[in-house]
Design a protein around this ligand. Structure first.
Ligand SMILES: Nc1ncnc2c1ncn2[C@@H]1O[C@H](COP(=O)(O)OP(=O)(O)OP(=O)(O)O)[C@@H](O)[C@H]1O
Ligand SMILES: [Mg+2]
Length: 310
């Protein structure tokens, strides 16, 4: 194990509606059978899963000073995530993501004002010790960091020395998919995207071509394919995996669970294939529970399954 993990990115409250009758349409009300409240934001879910798996994890993000923030902080702490460096904006509302979850996919509505206002100066390393790996989540939402990722990476390296970096861009809500991201990719060691994101970022139409293009920039590229598993590239090696069969409930944050599983293997110096197997387990188990993090019983099952593959 090479040090603690630091997550820099998005943290929201998730409201996940399931068993929904119909689709949203202006001027109509649709109903859902049930909903759950959970930690949201890709960075929030990633850090909680990684910490729950046993990796000492810090998160730096921006939340408000309200009841939603209290819920998020309590749950992060209950899974062991270190939250002392969260930036709390008084008199501001914590970001919320409303997810309408269907069997095929989901609609997501996110308030991201605080996240867009998150800046390089909000990242304070003092009291965060011995960081070996840094994960950046939701590049396209963290617009206030866009001009400064290279500087942040440089600062991290000069503060902690030899650090590895991962990033999951997630979706671009503005649907621009600008080429600026290529300015930072060769500083990232592990790049996570889903199929749509891979195709949009590379402007390719085939996932294999997208993988090859991204593989020229980043050593390890992992493209998540939902219920079709994943395809990944580490240097010249290509890995493909089918997804595990599941008792499907909700796919919210399956990708963040997958990412955390991979990084769990990576920081434990496991082979890429083993780390991918762990990721696949985390992604699959995630869809069997409503919400991104779920309860402690999920972790008991996940850890048992991980024990069988390492
Ligand atoms: N229906 C499913 N059955 C089994 N495994 C699944 C299913 N859906 C997702 N997974 C697992 O979760 C991983 C990530 O899923 P997905 O492709 O939805 O990522 P994503 O789009 O990044 O998700 P997110 O919504 O969290 O951003 C898949 O690669 C797979 O391992
Ligand atoms: Mg994703």
């Amino acid at each position: 194990m090479s040090g603690n993990c630091l997550v820099i990115g998005d943290l929201n409250l998730d409201l996940v509606f399931t068993g929904i009758k119909g689709s949203p349409e202006l001027g109509t009300e649709i109903t859902a059978k049930s909903y759950s409240i959970d930690i949201g934001g890709s960075g929030g879910v990633f850090s909680t899963i990684l910490s729950g798996l046993g990796i000492n994890t810090y998160i730096i993000s921006k939340i408000g000073n309200d009841g939603f923030a209290d819920f998020i902080k309590d749950k992060l702490k209950s899974f062991g995530v270190k939250i002392d460096k969260l930036v709390v904006e008084s008199n501001q509302c914590t970001g919320v993501t409303v997810s309408l979850s269907y069997a095929e996919d989901k609609y997501q509505f996110s308030s991201v004002k605080l996240l867009e206002e998150f800046r390089i100066n909000d990242i304070v390393f003092k009291d965060i010790k011995n960081v070996g790996h840094v994960h950046f989540s939701s590049y396209y939402i963290m617009t206030g960091l866009h001009n400064n990722y290279l500087k942040i990476i440089k600062n991290i390296k000069s503060y902690y020395g030899n650090v590895t970096f991962s990033m999951d861009t997630n979706d671009d809500p503005k649907n621009k998919w600008g080429k600026e991201i290529y300015n930072i990719l060769n500083n990232i060691d592990i790049f996570f995207v889903n199929k749509k994101e891979a195709l949009m970022i590379t402007k390719k139409s085939k996932v294999e071509d997208a993988l090859n293009k991204l593989g020229k920039e980043v050593k390890i590229v992992i493209i998540k394919l939902g219920s079709n598993g994943y395809i990944a590239k580490d240097g010249n090696d290509i890995y493909k995996g089918e997804s595990l069969s599941v008792n499907y409930k909700d796919s919210t944050a399956a990708g963040d669970n997958f990412d955390a599983g991979f990084i769990y293997g990576f920081v434990n110096n496991l082979e890429v294939k083993k780390s991918l197997n762990i990721a696949n387990i985390c992604g699959a188990k995630s869809v069997e529970y409503i919400g991104g993090v779920g309860g402690k019983q999920k972790f008991v099952k996940v850890k048992k399954l991980i024990g069988k593959v390492i």
